[in-house]
Write a protein that binds this ligand. Structure first.
Ligand SMILES: Cc1ncc(COP(=O)(O)O)c(C=O)c1O
Length: 394
């Protein structure tokens, strides 16, 4: 079956955060929404069918996750990433950010140091700070259009007693697929200083050829023993509204600690539709995902070429994964406030402000290109004409 990603689907007035919060957040309800990380494509038909079938039963009482829930993830990670996991290593979480927050609670104590690598997905900062832990930055280094980990700095900070590092793997917003050598080096430092690794792998299915996702915990038994992995079908299959994701923890002691937090705050049951969407996605999603990746890769290439050839002053950090494109706007010479005003009001685009992603994000903006090509073309044309009027170019 051929899926149609070109279809324009109105999302206004559906309580879609990306659309219906535009006025509130950006002060421009007509801006093209390319901020929140969900996609403007239909969730796959086979998932919708499975949900409708359950809906037809018309009783929606308390639910139990069947064994097939965990098994669907076991099979998926084996097929997609060559990673062999056991069903009983899998725990539930009502979302990946909640999984990160619960991990901070489960594996660290108030006042403990937790490392993050900015510029990075900003809830990492709040799950550390708001749980009363100390946030430590291990700044990424931008070199020739790609971010790299700074291992000297990481080792220094690990040696100062950090209990845990949270990594975005693949990386949001930079789009890097961390390679085996980088991951091994990180793992070696974690082992040397007895630091846990929380690996947020929510984007791990959105990888573009020739890159391959290597789950952090698949590197060695020793690294697996100190790694907590979180995954979900929510980005891949556009299911974020179901708040259903998974933790993979092979170390039984750590898993029990996590599950204790999950049961203490009583969020382990999940919801009836999220369970169905999760399992159906992982069981039936391969063909759809193959077509999605082709479409996204084309959008990314189009964005890269368009900006590179037609928009002076902006540089693209080309993603190896994810549908987010990280744009370096520093040459425009605007401060954060002026850049945001320019993008929202002159270009008519609602993008994610780079400064939110922490140190190193200032002067950048993140563009979500998971939309029909027609929308993307319009957005890039808007950006071009705003830049040209700014620079008074022909
Ligand atoms: C790296 C990363 N982690 C987590 C999330 C959100 O996860 P959830 O909605 O399951 O809390 C996102 C969403 O953009 C993300 O990019």
């Amino acid at each position: 079956m051929t899926y149609n990603f070109d279809q324009l689907i109105p999302r206004e007035n559906t309580n879609a955060f990306k659309y219906d919060a535009l006025s509130e957040i950006f002060g421009n309800k007509d801006a093209i929404p390319m901020w929140v990380a969900d996609m403007d494509f239909h969730t796959p038909d086979f998932i919708v069918e499975a949900l409708k079938k359950r809906l037809d039963h018309e009783i929606f009482g308390y639910t139990k996750r069947p064994d097939s829930f965990n098994n669907s993830l076991v099979q998926w990670v084996k097929k997609r990433h060559g990673w062999e996991i056991q069903p009983d290593w899998v725990s539930f979480s009502p979302g990946v950010v909640p999984a990160c927050s619960m991990s901070v609670l489960a594996f660290t104590d108030p006042g403990d140091k937790v490392i993050v690598q900015p510029p990075v997905y900003f809830p990492f900062f709040s799950v550390v700070r708001e749980n009363g832990r100390e946030l430590v930055h291990n700044q990424l280094i931008l070199k020739e259009g790609r971010y790299f980990m700074d291992f000297d700095d990481l080792e220094k900070k690990a040696s100062e007693g950090a209990k845990m590092i949270i990594i975005s793997h693949p990386h949001n917003p930079g789009g890097m697929v961390w390679g085996k050598e980088e991951l091994m080096e990180l793992g070696t430092i974690a082992e040397k200083y007895d630091m846990l690794i929380l690996s947020d792998e929510i984007h791990s299915d959105l990888i573009f050829s020739p890159y391959r996702h290597i789950p952090m915990a698949s590197l060695s038994a020793e690294i697996a023993d100190r790694t907590i992995t979180t995954m979900a079908p929510s980005k891949t299959f556009n299911l974020a509204g179901f708040s259903t994701s998974a933790m993979i923890i092979s170390n039984e002691k750590l898993r029990k600690k996590y599950e204790k937090v999950l049961s203490t705050i009583h969020v382990g049951m999940g919801n009836i539709f999220g369970n169905i969407a999760f399992e159906t996605a992982y069981t039936m999603g391969e063909e759809w995902l193959g077509q999605l990746l082709v479409y996204l890769q084309r959008n990314i290439q189009f964005t890269t070429d368009f900006i590179c050839n037609q928009i002076p002053g902006i540089k693209v950090i080309k993603p190896e994964a994810t549908y987010m494109v990280w744009l370096d706007c520093r040459k425009l010479g605007m401060d954060a406030k002026e850049l945001n005003r320019f993008l929202v009001h002159d270009a008519g685009l609602a993008l994610s402000d780079g400064a939110m992603f922490g140190p190193g994000g200032e002067g950048f903006t993140r563009m979500n290109v998971a939309c029909p090509m027609e929308v993307l073309e319009k957005a890039l044309r808007n950006l071009k004409s705003a830049i040209y009027s700014l620079k008074n170019l022909d």
